[in-house]
Design a protein around this ligand. Structure first.
Ligand SMILES: NC(=O)c1ccc[n+]([C@@H]2O[C@H](COP(=O)([O-])OP(=O)(O)OC[C@H]3O[C@@H](n4cnc5c(N)ncnc54)[C@H](OP(=O)(O)O)[C@@H]3O)[C@@H](O)[C@H]2O)c1
Length: 237
């Protein structure tokens, strides 16, 4: 799969899935920058991935703020020249609260973190990609975005929004040499999920490294005919 020597920006690239994705691109000789919000994220990434630390560029970004995203994309372009690939991984989870009891600020937090972040990063990156007639974008939705579930309204709506946003974007850029797709993970095998569900059968959960392979494929030239897709990456979860 050809993505060698591409310039790649990964939001949330210091997180669990983000680290696996970062490794996948670096392993193939791409130039990679990851966004971080807090300095301790960078330190944690360096501690867990000492062999990669020198190869990754860390860019500060609060990806829920348009002006900050503008600055981050500009920093990226100043350092790398142009942007080929954007992987939007920043996201989080709030669950277990019925909608009638969900505070407005938690609702807004989910929408901003999971959905507005993707809108802003795509909005600001796409004009640069359009200018060069080339670009690959992968967003992270979730299986929970396919159907509303009790106690998960804000999460389901925000991740469902990522899927429909991806479809709109793909339709808008299909003649500009840009592909926009999303993936829908279910439960991934992460330390946080193991801690939260110690009695579950962890062998059924999908490894972040395997999700990273799908993301990588979706940004390779081998998947150029895939646009606007929402790819299930549930494995047996
Ligand atoms: N884990 C699962 O089972 C699962 C299932 C379905 C979908 N997903 C989705 O997969 C993606 C990655 O999940 P993960 O488990 O790898 O999560 P993670 O380890 O928590 O990674 C998320 C990353 O985003 C960063 N971040 C949070 N808010 C930010 C902001 N405002 N601006 C910039 N960066 C910010 C986080 O920083 P901090 O570390 O400082 O918070 C972290 O580096 C998310 O979109 C998640 O919703 C995960």
């Amino acid at each position: 799969m050809k993505t060698k020597n591409r310039n790649v920006l990964i939001t949330g690239g210091t997180g669990i899935l983000g680290s696996a994705v970062t490794k996948a691109y670096l392993a193939k000789g791409n130039s990679v920058a990851v966004t971080y919000l807090f300095d301790n994220e960078v330190e944690r990434f360096k501690q867990h991935n000492p062999e990669l630390s020198d190869d990754v560029t860390f860019l500060f970004a609060n990806v829920t703020d348009e002006a900050e995203v503008q600055n981050t994309i500009q920093d990226f372009i100043t350092q790398f020249g142009h942007i080929d690939i954007l992987v939007n991984i920043v996201g989080g989870f709030i669950g277990g609260i019925p909608t009638a009891e969900l505070e407005e600020e938690r609702w807004d937090f989910m929408m901003n973190l999971n959905l507005k972040s993707v809108y802003l990063c795509c909005k600001i990156t796409i004009p640069h990609m359009t200018e060069r007639g080339y670009g690959k974008i992968v967003n992270v939705s979730a299986r929970a975005g396919l159907k509303g579930e009790a106690g998960l309204s804000a999460y389901c709506v925000s991740k469902g929004g990522v899927r429909t946003l991806t479809e709109s974007l793909a339709a808008e850029v299909m003649d500009s040499g840009i592909n926009v797709n999303c993936i829908m993970p279910s439960i991934m095998d992460t330390p946080m999920n193991r801690e939260a569900m110690p009695d579950a059968d962890h062998s059924r959960w999908v490894k972040p490294e395997d999700v990273a392979k799908v993301i990588y494929f979706l940004t390779s030239d081998d998947s150029a005919i895939i646009n606007g897709a929402a790819i299930p990456v549930y494995g047996r979860a």
